[in-house]
Design a protein around this ligand. Structure first.
Ligand code: G3H
Ligand code: 13P
Ligand code: ZN
Length: 314
């Protein structure tokens, strides 16, 4: 099958009442862990690359690693649909570079700009992407917390206005839209009780029937990993994510793509810390990175089956 766009994946997810996982990739072990899980569960999957990932790993390395992953999945006999997506594209040039190098989907994140500037920028990316067969995700409303370089304090956090969402989609021609309903990036999402504005999501869905919505900042921050990190020398007290039940509910609604990065980081770090403490004699990176990869695989598999519901939807 090779790389596919997210178009059909998200359409099917909408109709089927489930969501596709979009997992951030930064190195070989992360890609392998995600792909092994998706292949085993016969699930469609989105591998997403941030500007930070491109800087860390080099765009050519990441592209080739993803190609290798797709080839290995095919060889295993299960040809699952895989999309390669730019996460939080900061500007037109980065989107263009990814489109030109074979990404099947890009996000242009103009949420830091005014509504009008965001419309203009998103339209420009759509006009470049669509004739080349690439789909575009956009964002309106600001997520609380840290969005790459943009720091939005809790008090500034803005929920998406459903009427603006409708106007934005109509004027830009984007293919999916990330909205702000209370999630945030990172491992500290809620000070008190977790709360998502399902009323806003419902309104957006009513006003944009059939249109795929994206949930960023959707890691659930499994307490098992937080406790493991803290037990083995880490210091991340009080880390808290989006409860899995809420993600499951969102997936039955218009949310078709659920973004997960922090849970990957936590799964790897917890297991590497444990290995370093329990097996201090270990100095072969394959030992601890192998454990980290296995932890990513198990975590992703759990998400696919128990949260996203996209198992056997390849
Ligand atoms: O939404 C942000 C993602 O978690 C990517 O993070 O910019 O540190 O790669 P990053
Ligand atoms: P988390 O920090 O909740 O994993 O969010 C990741 C994300 O939204 C990537 O775009
Ligand atoms: Zn995000």
């Amino acid at each position: 099958m090779g790389l596919v766009t997210t178009k059909e994946m998200l359409e099917k997810a909408y109709k089927g009442g489930y969501a596709v996982g979009a997992f951030n990739v930064n190195n070989m072990e992360i890609i392998q862990g995600i792909m092994e899980a998706a292949t085993e569960q016969n699930a469609p999957v989105i591998l997403q690359v941030s500007a930070g990932a491109r800087k860390y790993a080099n765009p050519i390395y990441l592209k080739k690693l993803v190609e290798a992953a797709v080839e290995c999945s095919k060889l295993s006999g299960k040809d699952i649909p895989v999309a390669l997506h730019l996460d939080h594209g900061p500007d037109f040039e980065t989107c263009k570079a990814c489109i030109d190098s074979g990404f099947t989907s890009v996000m242009i994140d103009g949420s830091k700009y005014s509504f009008e500037e965001n419309v203009e920028l998103t339209k420009k990316v759509v006009e470049y992407a669509h004739p080349r067969g690439v789909v575009v995700e956009a964002e309106i409303g600001k997520l609380a917390g840290i969005e790459d370089d943009v720091n939005v304090s809790d008090t500034d956090a803005m929920y998406t206005n459903p009427d603006e969402a409708v106007e934005f989609v109509k004027r830009t021609g984007c293919d999916s839209l990330a909205i702000a309903i209370g999630t945030s990036h990172g491992a500290y999402k809620f000070k008190g009780e977790p709360k998502l504005r399902f009323d806003i999501l419902k309104k957006v869905q009513e006003k944009l029937p059939g249109f795929p919505i994206v949930l960023h900042g959707a890691s659930s921050v499994p307490q098992e990993f937080v406790e493991m990190c803290n037990e083995y020398g880490g210091n991340i007290p009080g880390a808290k994510g989006v409860p899995e039940e809420m993600l499951k509910e969102a997936a039955t609604m218009a949310v078709c793509k659920i973004n997960i990065d922090s849970d990957i980081r936590l799964a790897m770090t917890a297991n590497i810390r444990k290995c370093f403490v329990e097996e201090p004699e270990v100095f072969d990176p394959r030992t601890y990175l192998g454990k980290a990869r296995e932890a990513v695989k198990n975590m992703v598999s759990h998400k696919i089956v128990n949260v996203l519901g996209c198992n056997n939807k390849a």
